[in-house]
Design a protein around this ligand. Structure first.
Ligand code: SAH
Length: 213
């Protein structure tokens, strides 16, 4: 499967769509314009790769909607060499966006099947990050602290373990809510005892789960 002029043209349209929806950060749009999203999807859905929708990726999970990926990435405010922890590797698309913005990415997935598939796939198409199989609620204590943390599944609250693994001055972006709809929260760590939390619209994610299947 290749990246053709047709795919590139479709990505241009996708970028127009998400910028009309409010994404402003140029480097986020550039990253989404570069990454061949159709390679992250099951064959059955390849024709839909450049529509602004979420799609199934197997194991009951989804690749997030491009606008959602762009919103989270914009809020994260990625700087070159930022050390970034992602919870919910899934297809690896969000991780690829962060790598393409020159972040150093550590990503955790709790489903073995997806962990293995994405760990093999992502480096093959040129996006290198560090893959972990485990429970994102716990984060990666031995590799902390991180400049940025992004949760890509819906959690009922921001896990304290993750706040503890964030650098002072760091940012954490997470969809928070217990039902099907979550609110996008940005937590900025001001000091060891003080965080600023702001809300940035409603989104729908698969739930964050703590017990492995
Ligand atoms: N970032 C992904 C989105 C995948 S959907 C992408 O770009 O494709 C969310 C993912 O979070 C799923 O793969 C799901 O298995 C995973 N997940 C759910 N609970 C988790 C947990 N506690 N720890 C790590 N991953 C988890």
């Amino acid at each position: 499967m290749q990246d053709t002029f047709k795919h590139q043209g479709l990505r241009k349209k996708l970028i127009e769509t998400i910028s009309q929806k409010g994404i402003k950060q140029q480097k986020v749009l550039v990253a989404i314009g570069k990454i061949p999203r159709h390679l992250f999807m099951d064959n059955a859905f390849i024709g839909f790769a450049y529509e602004d929708n979420a799609f199934p990726i197997g194991a009951g999970q989804t690749i997030s909607q491009p606008f959602t990926v762009a919103t989270q990435t914009e809020l994260l405010d990625v700087k070159q060499h930022d050390k970034i922890l992602e919870i919910g590797t899934g297809s690896g698309y969000q991780a690829a966006v962060l790598v393409s913005m020159e972040g150093v990415v550590y990503t955790i997935e709790r489903q073995k099947e997806l962990y293995q598939k994405t760990k093999e796939f992502l480096p093959k198409i040129g996006y290198n990050c560090k893959f972990f199989y485990g429970d994102g609620y716990k984060g990666l204590a031995t590799l902390a602290p991180f400049d940025k943390i992004i949760i890509t599944c819906g959690a009922s609250e921001i896990p304290n373990a993750l706040i503890n693994q964030l650098k002072i001055g760091g940012k954490l972006v997470a969809p928070i809510g217990s039902g099907n709809i979550q609110e996008m929260k940005l937590l900025e760590k001001i000091s060891d005892t003080e965080n600023r939390i702001t809300t940035h619209g409603k989104f729908s994610f698969v739930p964050m789960l703590s017990n492995k299947n």
